[in-house]
Design a protein around this ligand. Sequence first.
Ligand code: R5P
Length: 294
Amino acid sequence: MLIAIPGNEAHAARLGERLGVEVLVPEVRHFPDGEMYVRLPREAIAGDVAIVGNLEANSFLQVAFLAGTARDLGAVRVGLVAPYLAYMRQDACFNAGEGVTARYFARLVSSTVDWLVTVDPHLHRLDSLDRVYSIPTTIARAAPAIARWIADEVRDPVLVGPDAESAQWVSAVADRLGAPYVILEKTRRGDRDVSVAWAGAGPAAPPQLDGHTPVLIDDIVSTGRTMLEATRRLRAAGTAAPMCIAIHAVFADAVGDELVAAGASGIITCDTIAHASNRICVADPIADAVRSRL
Ligand code: R5P
């Protein structure tokens, strides 16, 4: 049985179809004093349940209350399927006094559910979710679905990663396509202050780009500055218009028009976060990952 976090009913329905299980839509509302009320449409629950949805807007309390309710109704194990795993980027203390929220968040989730399934989490300085999560975790991969989309839609692609950490996603897609790839160097000075250069501070575009269509791939598009600066770097070198692909459509800023104005042919995303740019469905690998947990 699946329980949809409010706002994530579509995710839960796609997964429920693939797993052939029922999806419960809970009642979640607030009392006049702002405290949260939750109710599941059941008198009893048997076996395993999974709560499905992203923990955006600090919705951790919803997960905690839904998990508690499911256990009180008899659920034996409660998992969490979060297609986009929030709080993975502040994975270190960069300036004195900062909180390492990736660690604290993982501790909270680990104390609340029995297992976790997610899609390509932002593992950068942390090399594994096990470094912060104490529960079993399974990662579903978007690379096969992204590779299929590129094979269908882009002629002679060359894949481009905008920064060092993107190499893991870019190389996985490139391997499947048998396509060349290049990785750029990013410097981030602030939330919206980013620059992108050719690796090794080289002045010119590497030869792999010649005569190919660049496809920029990153895990997250948030402010879009990374995609934007990478696009500008490519176009300044005279490449064809790059197609931008992100796994997680965070879109803290609506950057689509700016990207096209900068010379990209467009931006598309996987459907881990519902957004108008979603073109690549990753429900199948998520369903496989959940099956592996049951
Ligand atoms: C960070 O290293 C990630 O891989 C992405 O490059 C980053 O989250 C993109 O953020 P933004 O869209 O704000 O540049």
